[in-house]
Design a protein around this ligand. Sequence first.
Ligand code: ZN
Length: 300
Amino acid sequence: MKVILEEQGLRDGLQTLAQIIPTKKKLEYIDRLVDAGIKRIQIASFVHPKLVPQMADAEDVCNGITKKEGVIYSGLVLNLKGVERGITSGLDHLACSISASDTHSQKNARLTLNEAKNAFKEMVKLSQENGITVRGGIQCAFGCRYEGRIDPKHVLDMVDHHLDTGIDELALADSTGMANPKQLGDLMHKVVDKAGNIPVALHLHNTENKGYANFYAALMAGVQIFDTAFGGLGGCPFIKSATGNIATEDTAHFARQIGYETGLDIEKIAAMSREMEVILGHKLPGQLYQLVNKEEIKMI
Ligand code: ZN
């Protein structure tokens, strides 16, 4: 059986870091991740450079890549302006995303939920008119730091709304890492059913240490695409308990042990995490890269 990991390390992983990683280094890492077997990779987000300085070189990164056949290079957009930038950057896949939490939406995107839903429709339309495939995302689909638990009925309504816009694939995000495997498994079963032949992806954070349990629950519910970041890169070292996505190499190893193949060279990815630890001067949240230092990863 197969499971696809979409690498988010260069976007979600880097975006909150105070230390700016040079464009050249980002391009090197994109190539090395693809060389390690990554078939989907998010390389930038088109957000305001003042808000996210790490992403100020989004266009340079997109123009600098050498696209390999069979690999999806994606950019994250949160509004129409982002879509316009995504179009001129030459990407052929955009992740358009809005929040399931009204409070989070108002604070983060300065849009009420209804305004965001209308804007989302326009974002999908404009992308597809320009030949771009769209992943329609729902942030904070399980929990929100402002609102607490998000009602699954509300999320399913948003899923219907997303699917009605004609998106090419659907993604739910546990942006805050608050979901638990029971709640998440139950909801993802319903989402996978609703989506039919539209692929469903899940974006997981390990903030409350449930990321890998949630990965397993979603896998059992039929989800086949997961967002991960090498080394579990992400979060902010200055914010209490903020962590990144589940780690690419840890997830690939876990998947392999339970009979799911990712096609990734785990050791190559772990080596990149070890290098990133040196560049950043602190440990990354991933575990496996620390274990396998110059040793083989043991399959048990
Ligand atoms: Zn995220």
